[in-house]
Design a binder for this molecule. Structure first.
Ligand code: G3H
Ligand code: 13P
Ligand code: ZN
Length: 311
């Protein structure tokens, strides 16, 4: 099967009351772990690539690795640019084989965000590629840009209809209290998401696919393992999975997960190296990281997203 856009995936997810997982990829083992899980569960999949991933692995390697995954797994996969900073990076991914791009103009004022997003949407659509825009700002770290909790802002439902109409985007990322990274809430703080804002947005743009960034739930099992096997990691708290399950049943059609993958992979690698300090074959420890990624993604697909058997 060739790479697909998210159009059909989102239509089915919206109507079926589930969400498609968008997992960040940076190397072969991560791609293998995610796609093996989705392949076995017959689930649609979005593999997303950040500017940092392109810098680390090289655009060409990532595209070819994802193409290889498509040869092995017969499921629909969309290849998506995560947090495109400007028109140029989006153009480079559209020209370079991606089927979906995000233009993240959320840090701009409303009019500038519309201007840059519209420009990307026009170019993308002329090339058969779909576009995700963002309104509202999440807290946390992405590509070395750190947005403090104080600067984060919920999406204003009054703006969504105008934004979607004027830009021509195909999906919209919103801010309702999720945040990037593994440290989403302070110890003792009660995790909360603004489902009232999500509902209001849903009412303003019925049928339109919504995207949730910063949706890792930060498995305590992996945090403990990292700590147990010598990692210096503070206690971390993510988005409770019951909240993600609720979101997946709503207009939210794409749920972004990266930090959970990082924790799973690192826990696996640390475990092997701690249990066998003489190990020096990279396959021995990367294999364990990959196995953890596969187990994590299987769990997300079955127990959180509800996208199994929906390919
Ligand atoms: O939202 C950000 C993603 O987790 C990607 O992170 O920019 O460090 O690759 P990165
Ligand atoms: P997490 O840091 O919660 O995994 O969020 C990832 C993300 O939103 C990628 O765009
Ligand atoms: Zn994000």
């Amino acid at each position: 099967m060739a790479l697909v856009t998210t159009t059909e995936m989102f239509k089915k997810a919206y109507e079926g009351g589930y969400a498609v997982g968008a997992f960040n990829v940076n190397n072969m083992e991560i791609i293998q772990g995610i796609t093996e899980a989705a392949g076995e569960l017959n689930s649609p999949l979005i593999l997303q690539v950040s500017a940092g991933a392109r810098k680390y692995a090289n655009h060409a390697y990532l595209v070819k690795l994802v193409e290889a995954a498509l040869e092995v797994n017969d499921i629909p996969i969309a290849l998506h640019l995560d947090h495109g900073a400007d028109f140029e990076v989006c153009k480079s991914c559209i020209d370079g084989g991606f089927t979906s791009v995000m233009i993240d103009g959320s840090h701009h004022d409303f009019e500038t965000n519309i201007e840059v997003t519209k420009r990307v949407a026009e170019y993308a659509h002329a090339h058969g590629v779909v576009v995700e825009g963002e309104l509202g700002q999440l807290a946390g770290i992405e590509d070395e840009v750190n947005v403090s909790a104080a600067d984060a802002a919920y999406t204003n439902p009054d703006q969504v209809e105008e934004f979607v109409k004027r830009t021509g985007v195909d999906s919209l990322a919103i801010a309702i209290g999720t945040s990037h990274g593994a440290f989403k809430f302070k110890p003792g703080q009660k995790p909360q998401l603004r489902f009232d804002i999500l509902k209001e947005i849903e009412n303003r743009i019925p049928g339109f696919p919504i995207v949730l960034h910063g949706a890792s739930s930060v498995s305590q099992e992996y945090v403990r393992e990292i700590q147990q096997y010598g990692g210096k990691m503070a206690d971390a708290i993510g988005i409770p999975e019951d909240m993600l399950r609720e979101a997946a049943k709503s207009a939210v059609c794409k749920i972004n997960i990266d930090s959970d993958l990082r924790l799973a992979f690192t826990a696996g690698v640390r475990k092997v190296l701690a249990e066998d300090p003489s190990a020096f074959d990279p396959r021995a420890y990367l294999k364990e990281g990959r196995a953890n990624i596969k187990a994590l993604v299987s769990h997300k697909i079955i127990d959180v997203l509800g996208s199994d058997q929906k390919a």
